[in-house]
Design a protein. Sequence first.
Length: 201
Amino acid sequence: MAIDRGENPVRAQGAELLRRVISWALRWAFAWVWIAWPTHSHATEGPPGIADGGLHACVLLDLDRAIAVGERELVLRAEDGGKTWRSVTARGAFTYFAVGFDSPDSLSDGPRAGLIVGGRIDSITGRSEGVVELTNDDGRTWSRVAAAGLPRLLGMQRVGYRHWIAGGEWSDHWQSSFFETTDGGKTWSARPTPSGHLRCA
């Protein structure tokens, strides 16, 4: 009686998935060092297409696509497992601290909506100012939302579909440092906190 000594297909699939994750992680680590390492000469004069600035957050859309955000409104997008990164926004004065995407709608296989939160300290007034950016096309394009009164937001967490919470610096306007949106980031409301800053939600 012949015994089939072929490879277990489940084990083979698991090994392939692990190989892809490790490969992606190594590419991401290299990209982070190349972009953010302050001692390299490219930080001020990089080759064409390299964006300088520190990164604060990264999110995977799948094994091939990712979005990373950071200083001076840096938004990078990879579509090849992290081999190449492309800046998708113009640079500005705000720092982006967190990025997230909704899970795909069960009724649609279309592009996902996502948001970025961050902010800055105004150099003249010393006031904390928040910023929120939205996308509806898997992070290819972003648009700013009016965030009047929001302080600099330092972290966020998804609660449910289009439902997010974010924490940041204390806002005298809102008397809070903890905020919630139920419409994917278009509007925000304060949630009670006694006082002080929140580093993450």
